[in-house]
Design a binder for this molecule. Structure first.
Ligand SMILES: [Zn+2]
Length: 408
């Protein structure tokens, strides 16, 4: 057994509801805390000296200066598996062209698809691992990674396999999601329904057989897939045993009702969600995921995070790190900015980066520092947890543990 500490403050994120508004006063903070770890998990958490006396651990990771511990952060929505850059698109947007106009020309997702299809596997594995390591340095210990820049059966399988291989090259844990329904590929002849049928018949059985992912995602919006086609696709994928989620309400409305109807795990984006949709989401079990990095990358409004929480919905915040709309890849900066713009309490922002993000990935063993959970810990060099969001992402964790092992 190993004892880690003493931490000036351990913010456990324990005992908080999955949904609704939170105040900072609800946070459980253990002063002079210790975390006892064995076999990847937390055995006990509490006062450092008391834990040391009662367990007499064989090993102590002793901290000689003030640190604040949070659960390792969880980024529930990324597209790390890409090659190339979309700096040219970004410049065009700054010159007045819209995201949809650029996509309709030769830029957009299709441009990244070409570059991703053509890069050697080895190089792409390295790129994914490098990006995962960059997030790990920000304290992110679990990262969802989507395919979606392959858009052919064999290419999507290749990308999911690359994500699996990259998982071995980083200390962060990668959770893969099949996003073959990112857009209708330009080299596919036929309708959106036909493409989705191909994915259902040819790709998803193989994804299942090779155990590449148990989650599927679809981009429902103008320029991507219609609500009608998505409904059929999500229902069928669910019947095959996949957990389903969607990119929805980024530019147009209509996806929130769909998410509820098909029993989606999460609906991600929501920048365009209206009050009716907020009410719909407040009543269902779908986790809304705000992606402030995409709002910052596109110069678009933020998701209505405050309204969602006040209505009683849950809220996760993820980076959406991708080359087109969210190139920053700095989850803590993005969350801090969303927090100040949307007037989120610090407790709400931390919940959205920890246990509420874990719920978006259906992971019950992390996001809270508590007995039995994975010992995933981000430690910031400060004596007051409020410094972290106050410094808006500039204060990075100095030490990070994944499964009880120091990885940063
Ligand atoms: Zn996305």
């Amino acid at each position: 057994m190993k004892l880690i500490g003493p931490f000036r403050q351990i913010v456990t994120m324990d005992g908080l509801p999955l949904r609704g508004a939170l105040s900072d006063g609800q946070l459980e903070i253990i002063p002079n805390g210790g975390i006892l770890v064995a076999e990847r998990k937390i055995v006990a958490i509490g006062n450092f000296e008391e834990l040391r006396r009662s367990y007499n651990p064989s090993e102590i990771d002793r901290l000689n200066t003030a640190y604040v511990a949070f659960p390792g952060l969880i980024d529930a929505h990324t597209h790390l598996c890409w090659a190339g850059s979309r700096a040219d698109d970004y410049a065009l947007r700054l010159s007045g062209k819209s995201y949809l106009e650029i996509a309709a020309q030769s830029g957009g997702i299709w441009d990244t698809v070409q570059k991703t299809r053509n890069i050697p596997d080895k190089e792409l594995i390295l790129l994914v691992a490098e990006r995962a390591n960059a997030l790990l340095k920000q304290g992110v210990t679990t990262i969802e990674v989507k395919s979606g820049y392959g858009l052919l059966v064999e290419q999507e399988l290749r990308l999911l396999d690359i994500i699996r291989k990259a998982d071995n090259e980083t200390s962060a844990e990668l959770i893969s999601t099949c996003l073959a329904a990112h857009i209708v590929p330009k080299d596919f002849i036929g309708t959106e329904e036909k493409y989705l049928e191909t994915v259902l018949k040819q790709l998803l059985p193989e994804v299942k057989y090779q155990r590449l992912s148990n989650r599927i995602d679809i981009f429902v919006d103008e320029g991507a897939f219609s609500v009608l086609a998505a409904k059929e696709y999500l229902r069928k994928a669910k019947a095959m045993g996949f957990e389903v989620l969607l990119h929805g309400d980024q530019f147009s409305t209509g996806a929130a009702q769909l998410a509820i109807e098909v029993g989606a795990r999460s609906i991600d984006h929501l920048e365009a969600a209206n009050d009716d949709e907020i009410q719909i989401l407040a009543k269902g079990n779908v986790i809304p995921v705000a992606l402030p990095g995409a709002s910052l990358g596109l110069g678009e409004p933020f998701a209505p995070a405050r309204k969602l929480l006040d209505a009683g919905a849950s809220l996760a915040i993820a980076s959406d790190w991708n080359p087109g709309s969210a190139p920053m890849g700095n989850l803590l900066v993005e969350a801090a900015i969303l927090g100040v713009k949307e007037k989120l309490s610090m407790a709400e922002t931390w919940a959205a980066l920890t246990f509420r993000a874990a719920a978006a990935l259906n992971l019950a063993d992390r996001g809270i520092l508590a007995k039995g959970n994975l010992a995933d810990i981000a430690a910031f060099k400060t004596d007051n947890f409020k410094e972290i969001l106050y410094q808006q992402g500039e204060l990075k964790p100095e030490k990070v543990w994944k499964n009880g092992y120091r990885v940063i």
